[in-house]
Design a protein around this ligand. Structure first.
Ligand code: RIB
Ligand code: CA
Length: 310
């Protein structure tokens, strides 16, 4: 029986690939809705990007825009990474379907309330929408199986030395989610920086003669430009790893640890403070991914991308 899931994302190159990975496996996941948040780019652009990628892949589902800014801070975007459109690289045609009129947060609430099975939420952007749903409708907690999120890190940062982008953009929302009591798997930079796709694998996609494969190769080529300036050998597939973990939890190894979100630090705001040695006395609240089977994961992504109609 496929797991009911909701993907909350900010496409974004890696978000786009995470969407393609999900819809390539209808035998494993039933995507109830794709909700969109501002993050990598403004909400208008991230909504449009989600519609364009899904349309290109021949997928139609409920896509709904949520918050266009963090709960309590101005929006910070990642145009240096994802470009002016938020999905620079491939020249994608206009979408073939429109976004829902409903607000993304209401879509999350209604989908969870209406599901007979507990729902897994897969956030791959800032946690604004998910936090707002938990605040506005705390009753949904009992029908959430798990939140498998891309965000944070036990040991590093990528937007500041201390913080990962998704958490940093809306640390107050992240704090609400991490304190919610809902089971959480944190797919952070500790594993996504190990889960890099390399140039030879990108070239394989570019030369595949496969429409979606070539498009993903073009996404990765652009995504690689920023990461090359950061000294990466390849391109970290952040969001697809969160999705892969939903499809096959054995792709990562986790430890159940206490994690708190820093919202006040002068240099450390947005830090996911992971207590490896129990020095805070806090109860563990998060399954923190610390190891990844990189080769099996990248093959999973390539196979999924090439499984779409040529
Ligand atoms: O830090 C990486 C995360 O920030 C990814 O989700 C990427 O899409 C950006 O949103
Ligand atoms: Ca993202």
């Amino acid at each position: 029986m496929p797991k009911p899931i909701i993907i909350d994302c900010d496409p974004g190159h890696d978000d786009a690939i995470a969407l393609l990975l999900a819809f390539a496996h209808p035998e494993l996941v039933n995507v109830l809705a794709v909700t969109i948040v501002a993050g990598n780019q403004t909400l208008e652009k991230t909504v449009n990007n989600a519609l364009k990628v899904l349309s290109f892949a021949g997928v139609q589902c409920e896509v709904a825009g949520g918050y266009d800014r963090p709960l309590m801070r101005p929006l910070e975007i990642a145009d240096a990474v994802h470009g002016e459109s938020g999905l620079d690289g491939p020249d994608l045609p206009a979408p073939t379907f429109a976004a829902s009129e409903k607000h993304g947060v209401q879509v999350i609430i209604d989908a969870i309330r209406g599901s007979r099975e507990k729902v897994t939420i897969v956030p791959t952007g800032p946690l604004t929408n998910v936090a707002a749903a938990l605040i506005g409708a705390p009753d949904i907690k009992k029908n959430i199986e798990r939140i498998v999120l891309m965000g944070g890190a036990a040991r590093e940062g990528n937007w500041t030395p201390a913080a990962e982008f998704n958490i940093l953009v809306d640390p107050e929302a992240a704090s609400v989610v991490f304190q919610s009591g809902v089971p959480i798997t944190m797919i952070g930079l500790d594993v996504t920086h190990e889960a890099q796709v390399m140039a030879a694998e990108v070239d394989y996609l570019l030369n595949s003669g496969h429409r979606v494969g070539v498009m993903v190769g073009e996404l990765l080529e652009f995504f690689g430009e920023f990461h090359e300036t950061m000294g990466f050998a390849g391109m970290p597939l952040h969001d697809p790893l969160a999705m892969a973990t939903v499809l096959d939890p054995t792709i990562v190894e986790t430890r159940h640890l206490p994690v708190t979100i820093e919202t006040q630090g002068q240099y450390t705001t947005g830090r996911t403070v992971v207590d490896f040695y129990g020095v805070t006395g806090k109860e563990p609240n998060v399954d923190v991914a610390l190891k990844v089977d990189r080769d099996r994961f990248v093959q999973m992504v390539i196979d999924a991308v090439l499984s779409y109609d040529k």
